[in-house]
Write a protein that binds this ligand. Structure first.
Ligand code: FAD
Length: 303
C-alpha cells in the first residue's frame, strides 16, 4: 500500500458501541460497507490484492472505522459458567489472560498457532469470524466450544449459536450492519480439550488441517462433545457424524475403524495450493483418533 493509497482512506473512530452501530447502519443503508479495523491482518492483505485505493473514485474508497481500542469490545471475563471474550481482544491478550489460561487453555494453544507473534499482537476473533475463512483457527475453536456469537446493531443485541452462524463459504447469518461484539463460551469444569494444527511449518502457516475438540466424560461415556475442523470443507466443519459416534459409544469401545468411517462421511476436502485431498483426509482421521485418545487419557487423569 502506497502513501497515496493511505491518504485516500477515510478513517475515523467512534466513542461508543451505540455510536458504532448507528454509523455502520447508516453506511450499510446507504449501500456502503464500512471496514471495521480491528487488527487489520485480514483487511490489509485483502486490500493489497484489490485495485490501488488511489485509483478508486471517491465513492468506492473504503471508510475505515478503527475499533481496535474500543473498551466495550476488548473485555475478557467469566460470568457464571460462561467465558466472554470481546471481539477486539487480540490473540496475544487472549493467550495472556489468566482466566483463559485457567478456564479455557485450548484457546491459548490455538492462539499460539495463529500466524506469528506480530499477527497475534494485532489479530482478533471478531476479524477471524467476520472474514469467515474455512481455515480460520479461532473459528474452529469456537465451534468446539459451541460458542454463542454476540452481535449488535441499531436493532439491539442478538445471540447467534455457532450452529446457526455459517451459511456457506465465507458467508454467515450475521446481517451486514451487525457488529460482532463478543463470543461466549459455555465452560464445564470437567471438560477436556484438544487442539492440533497441521501446516507446512509452525509459524506463519495456514493449516492443511486443524482440529479443536472438547469433551466431557462421565462414567466412561462422553456426554458433551464439540468439534471444529479447519481447511477440510467450505466452512469450519462440525463433524456431526463423528460427534454422534462419540456421544453414542462408550470411550473404551471406540475404535479407529469406526472413527475413520465417521470422519470420511463428514468431510470432503479438496486439493489446493496448501495440500491434497488425500493428505487432508488422512490427517483429519489421525487428528480425530488422537482427540479420542487424548480424551480417554485426560478423563482418566481427572478422576
Ligand atoms: C501473515 C499472516 C498470518 C496469518 N495466520 C493465520 C493463522 O495462522 N490462522 C488464522 O486463523 N488466521 C491467520 N491469519 C488471518 C488473520 O490474522 C486472522 O483471520 C485474524 O483473526 C483477523 O483479525 P483482524 O482483527 O486482524 O481482522 P481485520 O483485518 O481487522 O478485519 C477483517 C474483516 O473483519 C471485519 N471485522 C473486524 N472486526 C469485526 C467485528 N467486531 N464485527 C464485524 N466485522 C468485523 C472487518 O470489517 C474486515 O472486513 C493470518 C494473516 C496474516 C497476514
Amino acid at each position: 500500500m502506497t502513501i497515496a493509497d493511505l491518504r485516500s482512506i477515510r478513517y475515523g473512530r467512534v466513542p461508543t458501541l451505540a455510536a458504532l452501530a448507528e454509523a455502520v447502519h447508516e453506511m450499510v443503508a446507504g449501500g456502503r460497507t464500512p471496514v471495521l479495523l480491528a487488527g487489520g491482518t485480514d483487511w490489509l492483505v485483502e486490500q493489497e490484492l484489490r485495485a490501488p485505493l488511489a485509483s478508486l473514485s471517491e465513492d468506492d474508497v473504503p471508510f475505515v472505522i478503527d475499533i481496535s481500542t474500543m473498551a466495550e469490545l476488548k473485555e475478557i471475563s467469566v460470568r457464571g459458567s460462561v467465558l466472554r471474550i470481546g471481539a477486539a481482544a487480540t490473540y496475544l491478550e487472549i493467550r495472556r489472560h489468566p482466566v483463559v489460561l485457567e478456564k479455557a487453555p485450548m484457546l491459548d494453544a490455538m492462539a499460539r498457532d495463529v500466524g506469528a507473534i506480530q499477527i497475534q499482537a494485532r489479530g482478533t476473533l471478531g476479524g477471524n469470524l467476520a472474514t469467515a475463512s474455512p481455515a480460520a483457527d479461532g473459528v474452529a475453536a469456537l465451534a468446539a466450544y459451541d460458542a454463542v456469537i454476540v452481535v449488535r446493531s441499531v436493532r439491539g443485541e442478538r445471540r447467534i449459536p455457532f450452529t446457526e452462524l455459517q451459511t456457506g463459504y465465507k458467508a454467515s447469518s450475521r446481517a451486514p450492519d451487525e457488529i460482532v461484539v463478543a463470543v461466549e463460551l459455555p465452560l464445564d469444569p470437567n471438560a477436556v480439550a484438544y487442539w492440533r494444527k497441521v501446516g507446512t511449518r509452525r509459524a506463519q502457516a495456514i493449516s492443511k488441517v486443524a482440529l479443536a475438540g472438547l469433551a466431557v466424560v462421565e462414567g466412561g461415556q462422553i456426554t458433551r462433545c464439540g468439534l471444529g475442523m479447519a481447511s477440510v470443507a467450505p466452512v469450519t466443519a462440525l463433524l456431526p457424524r463423528t460427534r454422534e459416534l462419540f456421544l453414542s459409544t462408550r470411550l473404551a469401545s471406540l475404535d479407529d475403524a469406526a472413527i475413520d468411517k465417521a470422519v470420511e462421511a463428514d468431510i470432503a476436502p479438496i486439493d489446493d495450493v496448501r495440500s491434497t485431498r488425500g493428505y487432508r483426509l488422512h490427517v483429519a482421521k489421525v487428528l480425530v483418533r488422537e482427540f479420542a485418545q487424548t480424551v480417554a487419557r485426560l478423563a482418566k487423569e481427572k478422576k
